[in-house]
Structures are given as structure tokens and as C-alpha cells.
Design a protein around this ligand. Sequence first.
Ligand SMILES: *Cc1c(COP(=O)(O)O)cnc(C)c1O
Length: 410
Amino acid sequence: MSDYGFTTRTVHAAQDAGAEHGAVHMPIHTSVQYGFQKVEDLIGVFQGRIKGGFNYARQGTPTTAALEALITRMEGGVGSVSFATGMAAITATFLTLLRAGDHVVSSKFVFGNTNSLLGTLADLGIQSTKVDTGSVAHVEAALQPNTRLVFVETISNPGTRIPDLAAIGQLCRERGIVYVVDNTVTSPYLFQPKSVGASLVINALTKSIAGHGDALGGTVTDTGLFDWQGYPNIFASYRSGDARQWGLTQIRKKGLRDMGGALSSDHAHRILVGAETLELRCDRTSATALALARWLQAHPAVAQVHYPMLENHPQHAAARRYFKSGSWLLSFELADPQRLVPVIDKLRLPVSATGLADTRSLIIPVAPTIFWEAGAAVRADMGIADGMIRLSVGLEDERDLIADFEQALA
Ligand SMILES: *Cc1c(COP(=O)(O)O)cnc(C)c1O
């Protein structure tokens, strides 16, 4: 199967995994308990000697396992753990791999809730330094002897900033630091963080991969590149067997079994169905977003457009080098911030809503909503102008969207 293309492999994944009765979709396994003919096998599953066995749905079901296998393959990794949401995956990663006294370096442009979570960690004794990760020099300058983890996102929301991805990977490898890349905006179709040395990859499945705004989910994938044998925070009980699995075993046992943010089989199924069209949707939304970005850039009512595939984007060269296309995420600033609300209200197609990567376009004024709690000083530091609008481009026809913006901006 490895010679086949991305979508060929995805749509045949369940059958290749041997779904029962020849089912072409992995069935939705709703059982919480998994029983055994011989109690020896129950013991074997508990002790990890029987691989791939199930015992209690909080740690996984055949349906969530099929989704984990699919994401692992898309990311070129050695394994994945699924969670109820993207935030549950990020929280589990931090709480299971870090201890009080450890230090994190994070992009200062991360997703707002991740940023807020870093504040919670500070109260637990895990400090973080937030830097502009567009230059590896900023990351290097922030490193401390107790820095265990560096966290970045491929394309930041809403500003579309891109980290110095490969150089940060090189730095983390040299220093033995866990490099976590949140691949949500790009998805494994546009970019594989393993190619820049990521240790762990986060995907909020809720966005591109599920793709229809009807399911929440998240995964952590281990790329197999990090040497867990040299990592001090792995508990003794997880230091056995294939060392590439130690980190994920700890994330599954502590983060999923103990903390309990399990993905349901129903949602895993919806995400698996959504994933089948990931390539088609990404190609379509990226093409529409680029056309719309160019059109907006030429409009006199628009002061600035942020989209990585525009030639004047400050990190355009990096975007071209790393990503297959620019994604559905685009933001722009109105020349007159007073027009923010009237312009959005005049639009007929994009839905005024928070959220990303639905089949329909979603639009939101940034400063008075998702960055309201942050306050004016943080907004200024993060380059969030008062007239900034974030758009998640959906599957509507390009000419319909452009015509809609034409009438709204007139
Ligand atoms: C949405 C998002 C998350 C969180 O995902 P949920 O499934 O909504 O919890 C994390 N990271 C990024 C970059 C996101 O866009």
C-alpha cells in the first residue's frame, strides 16, 4: 500500500486493517468492557504483553485504534494516542511529560487556549517563556538548563506566522529537548512535522481532519525521532520494551487512562469518514483562500492581508518550502476599523462563528472576541489590529465568495 497516494491509502484503510465481516468502514465499537475467554489473556492485556488488546474503553476501542493507526500513517510516526479534543491531547502531553521545576519554550503566537493552559501550568510549577519562534535564535536564547519541551504551531492563528521549523528541530535534537509541533492548521496532508525533526505532533482532529464541524477530537503522534531513554521524566514502569514507545505509553497511561479525556467511538467514526476527503477539501480550500487573499489585497478598503502563499507574506519562502499549500486560514485588516461589524454583517455566505475548517466559511472579528480576554497590550504585542478579521475558508464556490465580499466591502 505504501506506493499508493494519500487518498487511495486513506479510503482503503479500514479494509487493510481487517475490519470484521468485510465492513468497508471500521465499525463503531460502543462496548466499554472487553471480555476474554481465558483470564490469562486479560492479565496479558493489563501487563502490556498482549499488544493491541482492549480492556476498558477509556484507554481505547477498536474504532479509536483505527483512527490512531490512520493518523500515525499520515504523519509517518510510530504511534498515536487519541483524545476527546485537541486541547485534551495538548493538556495530556504537557501534564504527563513535565514535572514541577521544568521549563517550556513556546511560540508566543500559539492558539489562545494553549496559551491560557501555559498559565495554568505556571501555577503548577512549570514555567514557560514565550518567544517569536520565527527565528531559532529567539528559541535558543530562551533555553534554560531545565527546558524540557519546545512548543510551536505550523501556521499561527490568526496572524499566519510560521516558525523557523527545521532550525528549531535541529536545536532540539542537539539539546535533547522534546519538540512538539501542533500541525492542526496544516494537517498531515499539507505538512509532516517529522520532516523538520518534531518529536511529537499534535492534531486537533476537530479541524481539517474531521472537516465538517460535527466532531471534536485530538491526537498526539510520536514520530520516533526522540530518544526517550535520555529523558528524565519517564516513570520506571514505562521504561521497558521498544524505547520509541515509552513517551506515548506514558501519555496513554497517565494522560488517557488516569486523566480520562477519551475520544468516543462515535466521534472517531465521524472523524474517520471526514479524513477520507482531507486531500480534496485541503486542495479546494487552499486554492479558494489564495484567490480570495489576492482579491482582498487589491481592494482599497483592505489595509493588509495575512496569507502565507502571498508573495509579500514575511515568511513566504518558508511557507513554499514546507507546505503543499496555504490552508484555509486567512486574516485581513480593514483600513477603517469602524467598518468591522457592518462589513461582517453584510456578508451573506460566511457564518459569523468561532471555529475553523468547516465545510462552510466561518468569519470572526478577532479583537472583540477570541482576543478580547487577552486585553489591548497583549493584542498589540501579538500584532492583532482592531480591524482584523479571521476567515476560515470553506468549500463554497470561489466566485460566490468573492462576489459576496465585493458587495459587503462596497
Ligand atoms: C482548535 C485548535 C486546538 C484545540 O482543538 P479542540 O479540538 O478545539 O480542543 C489546538 N490547536 C490549534 C492550533 C487549534 O486550532
